[in-house]
Design a protein around this ligand. Structure first.
Ligand SMILES: Nc1ncnc2c1ncn2[C@@H]1O[C@H](COP(=O)(O)OP(=O)(O)O)[C@@H](O)[C@H]1O
Ligand SMILES: [Mg+2]
Length: 500
């Protein structure tokens, strides 16, 4: 049977016999009932009390920016002006940055454009002008969510097939993340069974010339040894000491090859203490080298006999697994009793070991995250070693993420014009992406001049709240609120221990 509808069945149909007011009221009632029904259907997102009010907060109050910058004096009177819409679009001052596109790793909300914000250094590389490297610098005061952002970047990039390496985790806060993602953690510390030999030679990449590769391995080992010695001695090495390190390393490597075992730091310390052997190897008739190496021998002894005894002076007990999605080295058991030197030395050895293991260019895209890197950057020798590593990383498909508190952490390695300063500035230049979380007021001027921030940007970083940062990406700026999934909140929480 066919049903013919001849009259409109509009929901708004009301008999004309009623008065106008009655019909209006009926329409209003219907609209209200429909709205109620719509709301009742919608799942209640707001029940997650964990969602921070701060996340949703607009950057500026409804009244606009405070002070004269708001341009709300009420005195501005302009004569009417007529123009085409094309010109008006260009003249309209309230434009937000268009964003980097939707590809890549989701970070959160661009608070100016009110849009989602995604970022992937690998896909921007070569696509965006001025984006010359995939490295990222992340700076901000404690508790602002730097580590949470680094962990989100790590976790979300694993979904894109990237791998993540944490060469030194002094607080042990990455272990839970690594475990949750099916990765591995190597815990080092007194009484623990883990051992790492920082002199491990990485496997040569496919197609590498063996002579060149041997020279490369030797260079890395020398850089490591001199960084360790200089950290303990708190001074630069004398020319004779450099020679002594050189010779001791060559002798130890030759011995180890002969005995078919791996060279160890303890062997180097012992060789440096063996004056006769050093002098013989150099062939110096005045026999001065042995005496010159005394300080070095004692400096390296700290790694063999001191608080780090055993940890870095034995064949590695763990094998580097290039297939694991994440690998972190947990150094939190190395209590920071007394000075920082023990932890610094351990961080140096651990990062040298991991960086060496990462030297295969065929392993795909990788992140190396240096959380709490400010500890490392204060020391010139470590800065030097790191810079060398960064130079290599570009060719290996590695993006480094450096987490520090303030930009002056970089500058504390030396005075203006010194080698330390030049190295630190080089490291900064080597980060095409700079993410600035809140800075202390006394840091604002230095930050602005180092990064070339505008007045508005400088003001903005002083007022950033948790999880919100200024992203400077190849000359473009974004203010982005990092959004966490409730499951991520639990995983990254570093506040709970404070609260408990
Ligand atoms: N975007 C965010 N939204 C909500 N909470 C966050 C956010 N970022 C960080 N937090 C929380 O803030 C606390 C401190 O963060 P953390 O990353 O450890 O800070 P930092 O490394 O800068 O010292 C953590 O408990 C974390 O869960
Ligand atoms: Mg942190």
């Amino acid at each position: 049977m066919r049903i013919r509808t001849s009259t409109s069945a509009s929901a708004l149909f009301t008999p004309t016999r009623r008065g106008r007011d009655e019909r209006r009221q009926a329409r209003r009632d219907l609209a209200a009932a429909q709205r109620e029904a719509r709301l009742a259907d919608r799942p209640d997102h707001r029940t997650d009390t964990a969602v921070d009010e701060l996340d949703e907060r607009p950057t500026y109050p409804a009244a606009g920016r405070p002070g004269p910058a708001s341009a709300r004096g009420g005195k501005l009177k302009l004569p009417p002006h007529r123009m085409t819409t094309a010109v008006a679009a260009g003249a309209f001052p309230f434009l937000a940055e268009g964003g980097l596109g939707a590809g890549g790793i989701y970070i959160g909300r661009d608070v100016h454009a009110e849009a989602g914000f995604s970022f992937d250094p690998f896909s921007l590389y070569g696509k965006v002008e001025g984006f010359t490297n995939p490295n990222v610098l992340l700076a901000g005061v404690i508790g602002m969510g730097k580590s949470a952002l680094a962990k989100s970047l790590a976790l979300r990039s694993i979904a894109h097939g990237y791998k993540v390496y944490i060469p030194c985790d002094p607080k042990g806060e990455w272990s839970g993340v690594a475990e949750a993602l099916g990765g591995r953690t190597i815990a080092l510390g007194p009484g623990m069974s883990g051992r790492l030999n920082p002199l491990d030679a990485p496997a040569a990449p496919a197609g590498a010339n063996p002579t060149d590769w041997a020279a490369e391995v030797r260079k890395r080992r020398l850089l490591l040894l001199s960084a360790l010695a200089r950290t303990v001695l708190h001074r630069d090495l004398a020319p004779m000491e450099h020679t002594a390190l050189d010779i001791a390393l060559d002798e130890v490597v030759a011995d180890a090859e002969h005995a078919r075992r791996v060279p160890l730091l303890g062997d180097i310390a012992a060789m440096l203490g063996n004056a006769r052997r050093l002098d013989d190897a150099l062939g110096d008739p005045a026999r001065r080298l042995g005496a010159a190496a005394e300080d070095l021998a004692h400096a390296l002894r700290r790694l063999v006999q001191g608080d780090l005894a055993g940890m870095f002076d034995a064949p590695s007990t763990v094998e580097f697994d290039p297939k694991a999605p994440m690998l972190s080295i947990d150094l939190s058991q190395l209590g920071s009793a007394g000075d920082d030197t023990g932890l610094i030395l351990a961080m140096t050895c651990a990062s040298a070991w991991m960086e060496a293991a990462l030297s295969d260019p065929g392993s795909g895209r990788r992140w190396v995250v240096y959380d709490e890197a400010w500890r490392l950057l204060r020391h010139l020798p470590l800065l030097e070693r790191m810079q060398q590593q960064w130079k290599l990383s570009r060719g290996l498909g590695i993006a480094n993420l450096l987490v520090i508190h303030r930009l002056s952490d970089l500058l504390s390695a030396g005075d203006a014009g010194s080698r330390g300063r030049a190295l630190a500035e080089g490291l900064l230049t080597d980060c095409a992406t700079r993410i600035i979380y809140r800075q202390e007021p006394d840091q604002l001027a230095a930050t602005a001049s180092l990064l070339g921030l505008t007045g508005v940007e400088t003001q903005a970083i002083a007022a950033l709240t948790r999880g919100r940062g200024l992203y400077k990406i190849a000359g473009r700026s974004f203010v982005v609120q990092h959004l966490l999934h409730p499951a991520e909140r639990g995983l990254y929480d570093t506040d709970s221990r404070m609260k408990a």
